[in-house]
Design a binder for this molecule. Sequence first.
Ligand code: C2E
Ligand code: CA
Ligand code: CA
Length: 523
Amino acid sequence: MTRGNSKSGRIRQGFGRLLRVRHLLRHALRGPQALAFVPALTLAAFWLGGETMLVVFALGLPALYLLAGWGIAGPAPSTAEQQADVVDTAAARALVDSRVREAEAAGLGTACLLFEVDGLAEVARKSGDSDAEPLRELILMRLRGLLRRGDSAVRIGDNRYMVLAAPSPRLDLESLLQMSARLQSAVEEPASSDATMRQFAASVGFCATPRLPGAPTGDRLFDAARIALTEAARQGPSAIRAWSDTIAEDHRTRRTLTTELRAALENGQIQPWFQPQICTSTGDISGVEALARWIHPERGIVPPAQFLRCLEEAGLHERLTEIVLQHSLNALRSWDDTGIHVPRASVNIARGELASTSLVERIEWELDRFGLTPARLGIEVSEGTLGIGRDARIVENLLALGKTGCFLDLDDFGTGQAPLTALTSLPFDRIKIDRSHVSRVDRDERQRRMLAGILGLAERLEIDTLAEGVESVGEHALLAQLGCGHVQGFGIVRAMPADELAEWSRGHRARIADAQRLGRGTR
Ligand code: C2E
Ligand code: CA
Ligand code: CA
């Protein structure tokens, strides 16, 4: 988004105003009832300005109608076209249903295309509905401008649009893909409702009746297009997806998984396991990372890769953080009670959660509840989180967390997703060097030089370092020699349940003592 300040900015501003006037006119003079005013307006024009005014009025009225986008002449609209610009989901379903019946009666097919426009909600949130509404209208106008005879388009709610194809004998995948791409390009063209030029991304999902198994109904077609749209939106911005058996099956699987996950979060099946982090100079445990595990009654230990995305898509990440945080603080308390020294437990916070306005408050509240100081809690923020555009609330939360005294780790460091300035502008206490820079470091000279470079940078910036994914004794030894502050990885130990850590810690201490006695350092 850029702000215009020049001539083009003024033109855009003018266009924005025109859209607003159009918006007002449409609502004030909508429909055939407006014709009732024509005689009165004609008389008034003649009375006010004589023949000249009458001529101006005669020429001006059609222009006004064109501006308002009603059209004056043309064929009588069909039932599907006599629809409102904006409908709710139930009305959208009814439209699909009537189009399917119409097509069936003629022995033809039809297709439903759904568009979801990213960014409109943000405009409404930041600049208000008065800025968002002309943009929503403009998008509908663009869609309608590209439709062929008999096709129709409506808006569903605030940021979805539906296009229904005219009944046709030819609705093959290729032509529908082309139609989707053409309409998508129109939606994604830059648009402005004030002096701000904006560009939106649109996901598209569609389905045609010939592809549906069994007899087509409006509900079936609409649901199929909706599933395709969900799949498109999952793929990221500007994706187009056609409904297929596979997509439908994936959708069903995810729905089942979401239901299971909801239950698992509540019945305690999902909880963190803890992977120790070791200080390279003393060999002591300097902290643990809390890693979510699903202890599934049939499938065993399910790693986060298999459920995290689904959990986030279902909006359950806040609950996960709450559970992981509570278990971690509880574990710290019980290790304290049994005399196991674990200075800190670190939790992973996903992007969606890090932008939450209540995050800092919730963390402070939990720390208070468990009677632990903020320094006992680490927050791991992935480079990827900071890489996807700068969100002011994320920055605010990180600054606030730093101020409370929580320890901040920049996770997955070196994957190139965040600007290096994140290290100086945000209050990170440590970088967590990504496994890609750690593996085989003892056997690969280029890898060793890269790691030495990262460690040098951290030293200059006076920021602590932790290497993750340390799998071998060789890697561990070299990291210690190069001055990396802490290590974590399968080479030391994998994540384990809280109650196993006490025993592992005792064994670890014994191993360090043995090594020291034999003069072999702290590993
Ligand atoms: P991460 O934060 O980068 O966590 C490190 C991952 O590397 C963990 O996988 C850990 O088990 C694994 N790992 C540790 N040492 C080694 C090693 O020596 N070699 C190899 N190959 N892997 C090692 P895990 O537990 O499967 O977690 C995967 C990712 O899931 C995490 O990556 C983190 O991004 C995310 N995650 C885990 N728990 C949570 C959670 O509670 N909340 C959120 N938001 N994300 C979580
Ligand atoms: Ca992590
Ligand atoms: Ca990591």
